[in-house]
Design a protein. Structure first.
Lengths: 491, 703
C-alpha cells in the first residue's frame, strides 16, 4: 500500500480509528484488497469530518525568472571558483570576485549544513544568498528543504535527448509568460487549469460560499489556482473589499431606492453575452465572499507574529490570517498563491537582486513563525516557484532567461535541512548545461506537483490529472520524498 | 497643387481641390472621379469647380425622393470640404515642439540617418510630399470657405479644431494606399443609423464623447469613415514634453532640483486622454502602449517621468505613421532601452560576457512576429498538426548581437539624455557576423546598418501583419475577431507595408466592427471594457476637467482602493493582461474564446472599481480625484427632472444603448423615486443614473 494513501487515510483523527478497523477487518480475512482499501480511504477523505484535518499549500511565485545562481551559491572552493568565473569574475579573489559573483567570504553565515551531506566525489556545499539569512534558522529546524535544479519537463530528459530533440520538451522554453504558465499549469499562455487548482478539485466543498476559499490568490489572477471545479478567489492584502452600498438597507447618493437598484443590478445574472455573464459572476463572488470572509476574519484574534512591511510579507500575512480563520471559512484544503515581481534582471542584477531575495527570505521566515503561532506548522507547506532559472554567464550587468532553477519547500511536515535532487555540474557545455549556464532540469515540476498533491491527500489514481507527465517517471521517482514519514512508516 | 503633394481619395480630392483652387485662383487637375457624383474635367478653373459643386448639391437634393437623404448627401459634401480643409491646415514640424527648449525633433519620424537595407519595401512617403510653409494660412482660409460653403454658422470640425489647437498634417499616404483606403464601393454599415452607432465608434476609436460630440459626429459627419478620415487628418497638437515643460516642470540639468519623478507623467497622460479631441490618435497610442509596453514597474531611479513622456511622444508621433518607423523609434527610446535593457548591452567577450538577450527576445515575441508562424488570418500555421516556432534561441542570441553598443546620449545638456534617442558607441558594438531569422549581417557592419537590417527583417516577416493587426483589433474592437477580419486587416498591413493609418481605417470600418446587430447577437461578441476605458468613457461623456488646470492625478493602479489600472503601469512587458488570456472555469473558456481583460478582473478589482467610480461620479470627492470635476452641464442636469430621459442619456453616452430594457426601467424607477426638491437632489439623480449605468455588466461589455 503506498505510503501516501495511508497518510491520506490517516489525515483525519476521526477517520483513523475507522480506517484501522476496516484495515484489520480486511487483513483478518487474509485477503489483500488494496482497491477496497483505496475506496475506503477515499470515503474517509470525502467525509473530512474532523476540524483538525486541515492542510494548505502556499505557492510563492517569483515573477521574472529568479537568478538561481546567486540565490544558492556554491560554497566548496572548487565549485565556487568555477561559479565565480562563469559569472564573469575572478575565481581567485574570494572577497571581491567581480562580475556577477557573490564573494565567497560573505557566504559563511548562510552556509547550509544539511543533515545528509551532498553526494559526489568532492564534497559539494551551498550557501544561501547572504540576504536570505532569516531562513537559516528555519533550515536548521528542519523545516526548509532545497530543490536542486528543478524545472518543467515532459518526462526524464538527458542532454543528448535535448540536443537531438528526441524527446518532447516543454513548449516555448525561455519565454516569460509561457514558462510562468507552464510552471503553474503544464501548458503555455491560454492554459485554463493549473496544478494548484487541480489539487484542490477533490476537496471543493459543495457549499458555494465555502468552496470560494479553496484556492486563494493574494496576488493577481494565477492560472495555478484554477482547476476543473476549483475557482480562484482573489483577495487584497487587507482582506476582501466591500462594495459601498451593498448592505441590505444601505443608500446610494442618499437614496434607498438607488441603493436597492445597485444591489439588484449587481446580483442580476445576465443571460446571453458570456462576457457579461462571467463578469457578473465575479461580482457576485466578490459580494458573497466578502460577507463570509469579513465575518470569519473578525472572529479570530489578530496575529501576534510581526511581518516585515513589504508587499510579499503583506500577502503572506493575509494568507496566515485566512489560515487562522480556517474553521469559520470551513475549508479542509486550501491552496494559496502569493508573488513578488522584479526578478527579470537582465541588468542591474548585483544591486537589485539582493533586496528581492531579502524580501523573500524575511517574509517566508515570518510566515514560518506565524504558522508556529497558529500551531499549523505540520499542516501548511510553502514552496517557491518562478518562470525559469537564468544563465550563469553574465551579459555584463545581469543574466538572461534559462530553464532549471533552485527552489525551496518549507513547512513542519517537510523533511527539512536537506537537499533534494542532484547538484548540477556547473560550466559551459557540461552535462547539465544547455548553453551559457542554462540548466537542463533534473527534477520535474510534475514530480513536485505530484509530491505536494499526495501530501495534500490526492489519491494516486488522480495524480496524473494533477501532474500530466508523472507516469513517465518510475514509481519510486513519482514522489520526491519531501515529507517526513507518517506514523505508519513507509510501505 | 494637390496631386503634386498627395493622391487623395476621390471625394476628398474632388471637393478639396475645388476649394483650394478657388483660394489660389488657379487651374487644377482632378484625376479621380467623385464617389458622390461630382467630377470636374481637367484644368477646370476654380470658379467653375465651385459652381459645379453647388450644382451637384442641388442635383443631389432634387434627385433624392427622400429629403433627409439629400440632406445627408449635402452634409457629406460639406463634411468632406471641411475635413479636407482641416487636413490642409498643416505644418510639418510641430511648432509647439520647437517652442519647447528641450525638443528633440530628430527623434521619431525622421529616421533618414538610419541605413536601411536596399531591398526594404517598407517606407513612408518621402519628405518632398510635405506641405510648404504657407499652407497653414491656406488651410485656415479653406476651413472658413468650407464652413461657408455648407451654409456657415456651424462650429463643427473647423471651429473645434481651432479650439483644441489641432493643426492638421499632410497625409503621407502612397497612391495605392489612398485608393485602398477609400474604396469606391460604399462600406457596409458605414453610415450611422442612430447615435448609438456613433457612441460605439467613439468608444472603439477613442475614449468616448459627450453629448455635443455625439450629436456633431452624427449630424455633421454621418458615417464612421467620415469620422475616421477627420481624425486621421488631425495633426498631433503638442507633445507631452512641451506640456510638462511649459506647465510646471522645467527641464533641469542632471544635478538640478525637482526631478519630475512619475507624477508629471500621470498628469499629462490622463490630461491628454481626457481632454483632447484628436481621440483616434490618443486611443491608438494607448493601444500601442499595451503592445510595445514600457512601465513604471521595471524602471528605477529618478526621471522615470521624463523617460515615459518621451516614450509616449514617440508613440504619438508615429501612431499614424509606418510600423517600421515606429519600431525603430521605440527601439532607440531611452525608456525602452532601460526597460528591456538594450541600453548598455555590449559585444561578446570570448569565453566571457554575452550580449543581453532581453530586447532581442521580446522584440520578436511581443513587438513583431510572436512565438509561432502565423497564417495571414492570425491562426497558427500547423505542420503535422503542431504550431511551428517562429524563432529559436539561436535567433535570439544572434539578434542580441545586433542590439549592442547603444546607450543614452550623455555629455549633452543634462536631462536631455532622457528625451533623446539612444546613440551607438562603435567600440561596444559587436563587430562579428550576426545571424538571425535567415539573415546574415556580415562582419564589420555598423550598428546603425545592422539595426536597420534587423528591423527590416522583422517587419518584412509575414507574421507582423496578423500579429500586430489582431492585437490592435483586440485593443480597439473585440476580443475574438474572426480569422476573416484579422485577414482583412493583415492584408492592408501587408499591402501598405505597415501603414498604421490604413490599418486603423481597416480595423474600424470593417463590418465586424460596425455591424452592431451581429455583435449583440453573438454570445461571445464584444470585449470587456478595461478599467481605464470605463473611467475615460465617463470622463469624456461628462466633461471632466482639471480644477487647477494641472491635472493633478497619480496612479490609479490600486485595485482595492482605486481604479485597478493606470496607463504605463502594467506589471511587466506582458502588459496588464495577455491577448491570449482565457478566464478559467467560464463559458468563454468552454467556447474556446479569449478574454484578455478578465486577467485583471478579480473579486477585489470589481469591488474597487465600483467604489472608485461611486466616489468619482459624485463630483468633488477629494479622496479619489481631488483635482477633477465633471461638468455634467446642461445635457445631464436639465434631464434630472425627467428620469426616463436621464437614464436614456446615460444609456446612450456610456453604454451605446446596450442596457437591457429591464435595467433601463430599474434605473429609471430608482431615479424617479429619488427626491427632486433642490439642486442637490437633482445632482444626486444624475450621479445615480450615471453610476448605476457604469455598474451594469451590459455597459461594461462593449459590444
Amino acid at each position: 500500500l503506498p505510503n501516501n494513501l495511508l497518510e491520506y487515510a490517516m489525515s483525519s483523527e476521526n477517520s483513523r480509528r475507522e480506517f484501522l478497523k476496516r484495515a484489520s477487518a480486511l487483513s483478518a480475512t487474509g485477503v489483500v484488497a488494496p482497491w477496497a482499501l483505496n475506496l475506503a480511504a477515499i470515503g474517509e477523505a470525502a467525509a473530512q469530518s474532523s476540524p483538525t484535518d486541515y492542510k494548505a499549500l502556499v505557492c510563492v511565485f517569483l515573477f521574472g525568472g529568479n537568478d538561481h545562481g546567486n540565490t544558492l551559491v556554491p560554497y566548496d572552493l572548487p565549485t565556487w571558483k568555477s561559479y565565480a568565473e562563469l559569472r564573469g569574475g575572478s575565481g581567485t579573489n574570494l572577497a571581491a570576485p567581480g562580475g556577477l559573483g557573490t564573494a565567497w567570504t560573505s557566504l559563511k553565515p548562510t552556509l547550509l549544513d544539511p543533515v545528509i551531506p551532498l553526494p559526489g566525489g568532492s564534497k559539494r556545499q551551498y550557501a544561501l544568498a547572504p540576504e536570505m539569512s532569516q531562513l537559516i534558522p528555519v533550515f536548521d529546524k528542519e523545516r526548509l528543504a532545497v530543490l536542486l535544479n528543478i524545472g518543467p519537463l515532459i518526462g526524464p530528459t538527458t542532454k543528448k535527448e535535448y540536443v537531438d530533440r528526441s524527446v518532447s520538451l516543454p513548449p516555448k522554453l525561455f519565454s516569460h509568460n509561457d514558462q510562468q504558465s507552464v510552471w503553474q499549469a503544464s501548458n503555455p499562455e491560454g492554459a485554463i487549469s493549473g496544478w494548484g487548482g487541480r489539487i484542490g478539485d477533490p476537496f471543493v466543498p459543495d457549499d458555494p460560499t465555502k468552496s470560494t476559499f479553496t484556492a486563494v490568490s493574494v496576488s493577481g489572477n494565477a492560472v495555478f489556482l484554477s482547476g476543473k471545479d476549483t475557482v480562484q478567489y482573489q483577495v487584497s492584502t487587507s482582506g476582501s473589499v466591500r462594495i459601498k452600498g451593498i448592505g441590505d438597507t444601505e443608500s446610494l447618493y442618499g437614496s434607498l431606492a438607488a441603493g436597492k437598484a445597485l444591489r439588484k443590478i449587481l446580483r442580476d445574472t445576465p443571460s446571453f453575452n458570456n462576457f457579461e455573464i462571467e463578469y457578473a459572476r465575479v461580482v457576485l463572488r466578490s459580494i458573497e465572499a466578502d460577507r463570509a470572509l469579513t465575518d470569519a476574519l473578525n472572529g479570530v484574534p489578530a496575529l501576534v507574529t510581526e511581518f516585515p512591511t513589504t508587499g510579499l510579507a503583506a500577502q503572506l500575512k493575509m494568507v496566515a490570517r485566512m489560515i487562522s480563520a480556517r474553521e469559520a471559512t470551513g475549508v479542509k484544503r486550501q491552496v494559496f498563491f502569493v508573488s513578488l515581481g522584479g526578478f527579470d534582471l537582465h541588468d542591474n542584477l548585483l544591486a537589485a537582486h539582493g533586496p528581492l531575495l531579502k524580501q523573500v527570505g524575511d517574509a517566508m521566515a515570518s510566515f514560518d513563525t506565524a504558522m508556529k503561532e497558529l500551531d499549523v506548522l505540520d499542516q501548511v507547506t510553502t514552496f517557491t516557484a518562478s518562470d525559469f532559472g537564468r544563465t550563469l554567464t553574465s551579459n555584463g550587468d545581469g543574466s538572461d532567461h534559462g530553464w532549471g532553477s533552485y527552489h525551496f519547500v518549507m513547512g513542519g511536515a517537510v523533511n527539512g535541512k536537506r537537499f533534494f535532487g542532484e547538484p548540477p555540474v556547473l560550466g559551459n557545455d557540461g552535462p547539465d548545461d544547455v548553453g551559457q549556464g542554462r540548466m537542463l532540469p533534473t527534477m520535474a515540476v510534475d514530480q513536485l506537483a505530484a509530491t505536494l498533491a499526495t501530501w495534500m491527500g490526492v489519491p494516486p489514481d488522480k495524480l496524473e490529472g494533477v501532474a500530466p507527465s508523472i507516469k513517465k517517471y518510475p514509481i519510486e521517482k513519482q514522489n520526491l520524498g519531501l515529507f517526513r514519514s507518517s506514523v505508519l512508516g513507509s510501505s | 497643387l494637390l496631386t503634386a503633394r498627395r493622391q487623395p481619395s476621390d471625394k476628398v480630392a474632388a471637393h478639396s481641390a475645388v476649394v483650394a483652387a478657388q483660394i489660389q485662383n488657379t487651374t487644377i487637375e482632378l484625376s479621380l472621379p467623385s464617389r458622390l457624383g461630382f467630377s470636374a474635367p481637367r484644368n477646370t478653373t476654380a470658379g467653375a469647380c465651385v459652381e459645379s459643386v453647388q450644382r451637384q448639391q442641388v442635383v443631389n437634393k432634387a434627385a433624392s425622393s427622400d429629403g433627409a437623404g439629400a440632406d445627408a448627401v449635402q452634409h457629406q459634401l460639406c463634411i468632406n470640404l471641411r475635413s479636407y480643409a482641416v487636413t490642409l491646415q498643416t505644418v510639418d514640424t510641430d511648432v509647439e515642439d520647437q517652442a519647447g527648449p528641450t525638443s528633440d525633433t530628430s527623434n521619431t519620424s525622421d529616421t533618414s540617418d538610419t541605413s536601411r537595407s536596399p531591398d526594404r519595401v517598407v517606407r513612408s512617403a518621402p519628405p518632398e510630399t510635405t506641405m510648404p510653409a504657407p499652407l497653414p494660412v491656406l488651410g485656415a482660409l479653406m476651413a472658413s470657405v468650407a464652413a461657408a460653403a455648407c451654409g456657415g454658422g456651424d462650429d463643427g470640425a473647423a471651429a473645434q479644431t481651432t479650439a483644441t489647437g489641432l493643426s492638421a498634417s499632410p497625409s503621407t499616404e502612397s497612391p495605392s494606399l489612398a485608393s485602398n483606403a477609400q474604396p469606391a464601393v460604399a462600406l457596409p454599415f458605414d453610415v450611422f443609423k442612430d447615435k448609438a452607432d456613433v457612441v460605439r465608434l467613439l468608444a472603439q476609436g477613442g475614449f468616448g464623447g459627450n453629448r455635443a460630440e455625439v450629436d456633431r459626429v452624427f449630424n455633421k459627419l454621418g458615417s464612421a469613415s467620415a469620422w475616421i478620415d477627420e481624425h486621421l487628418g488631425m495633426r498631433l497638437f503638442r507633445t507631452h514634453q512641451v506640456w510638462l515643460t511649459k506647465k510646471t516642470i522645467p527641464v533641469l540639468p542632471e544635478n538640478g532640483l525637482n526631478p519630475p519623478g512619475t507624477d508629471g507623467m500621470e498628469n499629462t497622460v490622463w490630461r491628454a486622454f481626457i481632454n483632447n479631441d484628436d481621440q483616434l490618435r490618443h486611443r491608438m497610442v494607448y493601444a500601442l502602449s499595451q503592445i510595445l509596453v514600457v512601465s513604471t514597474a521595471g524602471l528605477d531611479g529618478a526621471r522615470i517621468g521624463w523617460l515615459l513622456i518621451y516614450y509616449m511622444d514617440v508613440l504619438y508621433k508615429n501612431a499614424f505613421g509606418n510600423f517600421r518607423d515606429l519600431l525603430e523609434a521605440v527601439t532607440l527610446s531611452p525608456a525602452m532601452g532601460r526597460y528591456l535593457s538594450m541600453k548598455g548591452s555590449q559585444r561578446a567577450v570570448p569565453n566571457g560576457r554575452q550580449p543581453d538577450e532581453n530586447y532581442a527576445r521580446e522584440i520578436m515575441q511581443l513587438f513583431t512576429i510572436g512565438l509561432v508562424e502565423l497564417n495571414a488570418d492570425g491562426t497558427p500555421k500547423l505542420v503535422k498538426g503542431k504550431p511551428v516556432d517562429s524563432y529559436t534561441q539561436d535567433d535570439v542570441a544572434g539578434l542580441a548581437r545586433v542590439f549592442t553598443g547603444w546607450d543614452e546620449k550623455v555629455g549633452t545638456a543634462g536631462g536631455l539624455r532622457f528625451v533623446t534617442s539612444m546613440v551607438n558607441n562603435a567600440d561596444l558594438h559587436e563587430k562579428g557576423e550576426k545571424r538571425f531569422l535567415g539573415v546574415t549581417v556580415p562582419a564589420n557592419t555598423s550598428a546603425r546598418q545592422s539595426l536597420g537590417l534587423a528591423l527590416d527583417r522583422l517587419c518584412s516577416h509575414d507574421n507582423v501583419g496578423p500579429f500586430i493587426g489582431k492585437q490592435l483589433i483586440q485593443r480597439l474592437v473585440t476580443s475574438n475577431p474572426s480569422p476573416a477580419y484579422v485577414g482583412r486587416v493583415s492584408a492592408v498591413f501587408k499591402n501598405t507595408s505597415g501603414d498604421l493609418k490604413a490599418v486603423l481605417r481597416a480595423i474600424l470600418t470593417d463590418s465586424e466592427a460596425r455591424n452592431t446587430d451581429a455583435v449583440v447577437n453573438n454570445p461571445n461578441g464584444g470585449k470587456l471594457r478595461e478599467p481605464v476605458l470605463r473611467f475615460l468613457s465617463w470622463a469624456r461623456a461628462c466633461n471632466v476637467k482639471s480644477v487647477s488646470g494641472d491635472w493633478l492625478l497619480s496612479s490609479l493602479n490600486d485595485p482595492a482602493k482605486l481604479l485597478g489600472q493606470s496607463p504605463l503601469r502594467a506589471a511587466s512587458v506582458f502588459n496588464f493582461y495577455r491577448p491570449g488570456y482565457v478566464p478559467p472555469n467560464t463559458a468563454l473558456a468552454k467556447a474556446g474564446k479569449v478574454a484578455p481583460e478578465f486577467q485583471i478582473t478579480t473579486e477585489t478589482s470589481v469591488a474597487g472599481y465600483l467604489n472608485f467610480m461611486q466616489s468619482a461620479v459624485a463630483n468633488g470627492n477629494s479622496a479619489v480625484l481631488p483635482d477633477l470635476k465633471a461638468d455634467y452641464g446642461e445635457a445631464w442636469f436639465r434631464k434630472a427632472g425627467d428620469p426616463a430621459g436621464l437614464v436614456a442619456e446615460a444609456n446612450l453616452l456610456l453604454a451605446a444603448n446596450q442596457l437591457s430594457p429591464a435595467h433601463v426601467s430599474l434605473i429609471g424607477n430608482a431615479v424617479a423615486a429619488m427626491p427632486s426638491k433642490d439642486d442637490a437632489d437633482l445632482w444626486n439623480r444624475v450621479y445615480a443614473a450615471v453610476f448605476l449605468t457604469l455598474a451594469s455588466p451590459e455597459c461594461l461589455v462593449a459590444k
